[in-house]
Design a protein around this ligand. Structure first.
Ligand code: NAP
Length: 237
C-alpha cells in the first residue's frame, strides 16, 4: 500500500518507520522539504532534526504535502492539530478525494502554557472539522489517545488496553482496523465508538492523558476499558 504520512514530527516519523517495516511505500509530507532538511535545531517538542532521522530511514521519502498526498492510497494526519486544516489544504483537496485519512492529531493549544486547552472542543472536534472541510476524504480518527511509541507497538503496555475508532465510512474504518491489527493491536482491543462526532470524546481525553503522564512520569500507559468485551455495539462497522 502507498501511504502519505503528513507530518515530520515524532508521530509522523514513528508511524512512517512502522509502515515501512511492514513493507509499505511511505512518503512523508511537509511544507517545504528543503527547509525541513536544513533544520539543525531540535523542534518545539524537542524532537531531533529531521535530516538526522532521514539518514537512518532512507526508505522513507520526503515531499511537499501535495506531492505526498497525490501518490498515496491512504493518508495519515500527523500534523499539529491547530494547523491540520492548513496542511490538508496544502495537500490539495483534489489529492484527497475518496481517500482514507487516519487522523491522529489533537487540537491542543499550548499558547497559554501548560495545561493546554483544546480548540475545537465540546460541540465540535478536529476530526469533524476535517470531515466537514474535505467531504471527499474518508476520515477515521484513531490512535490519538496514546503516545506514538505505543501506537505502533501496543506490547509496550502490559495487559489488554484499548484504541478507539471514530468515523462515518465503514469501509474506511475497516481499512484502519486492518492497519491497527498489523501494528499489533488485537481485534478485541479496537473499540469502534461510532461516527466522527465521537472524536469529540477521544480528543477530550487528552487533558486526562497529559495529567497521567505527569503523575506516572512516563508515556508507556494507555486506557483500558473494563467490561469492553468484544469490540462494542458498533462491532466491526
Ligand atoms: P507536531 O510538532 O505537532 O507537528 C509537526 C507537523 O506540523 C510538521 O509536519 C509541520 O510541518 C506541521 N506544521 C506546523 N505548522 C504548520 C502550518 N502552519 N501549516 C501546515 N503544517 C504545519 O508533531 P508531533 O509532535 O509529531 O504531533 C503530531 C500530531 O499528533 C499532533 O496533532 C499531536 O497532538 C498528535 N499526537 C501526538 C502524540 C505523541 O506521541 N507525541 C500522541 C497522540 C497524538 P513541517 O514539516 O513543514 O515543519
Amino acid at each position: 500500500m502507498r501511504y502519505a504520512v503528513l507530518g515530520t514530527g515524532i508521530v509522523g516519523r514513528t508511524v512512517a518507520a512502522k509502515l515501512v517495516s511492514l513493507g509499505h511505500e511511505v512518503v512523508i509530507g511537509t511544507r517545504d522539504p528543503a527547509a525541513t532538511l536544513a533544520r539543525t535545531e531540535p523542534g518545539e517538542t524537542g524532537v531531533g532534526p529531521y535530516a538526522v532521522w532521514q539518514a537512518s530511514h532512507p526508505d522513507v521519502a520526503l515531499a511537499p504535502f501535495a506531492g505526498a498526498a497525490a501518490a498515496a492510497e491512504v493518508l495519515v494526519n500527523a500534523t499539529g492539530g491547530r494547523v491540520s486544516l492548513d496542511a490538508l489544504a496544502a495537500a490539495d483537496a483534489a489529492h484527497l478525494e475518496g481517500k482514507v485519512l487516519l487522523d491522529i492529531a489533537n487540537p491542543l493549544d499550548f499558547s497559554h502554557g501548560f495545561p493546554p486547552s483544546l480548540d475545537p472542543v465540546n460541540t465540535d472536534s478536529l476530526g469533524e472539522r476535517i470531515q466537514r472541510t474535505f467531504p471527499g476524504l474518508r476520515v477515521v480518527k484513531s490512535l490519538n489517545t496514546m503516545n506514538c511509541a505505543v501506537m505502533v507497538d501496543p506490547s509496550r503496555v502490559a495487559g489488554e488496553h484499548h484504541v478507539f475508532v471514530s468515523g462515518e465510512d465503514a469501509e474506511a474504518k475497516k481499512t484502519v482496523r486492518e492497519l491497527l491489527y498489523s501494528f499489533g493491536w488485537p481485534e478485541s482491543s479496537v473499540l469502534d465508538l461510532g461516527g466522527i462526532e465521537s472524536a469529540r470524546g477521544t480528543e477530550m481525553l487528552l487533558p486526562v492523558w497529559l495529567r497521567l503522564m505527569g503523575t506516572l512520569g512516563h508515556t508507556d500507559f494507555n486506557f483500558h476499558i473494563q467490561g469492553a468485551g468484544g469490540g462494542g455495539a458498533w462491532g466491526g462497522h
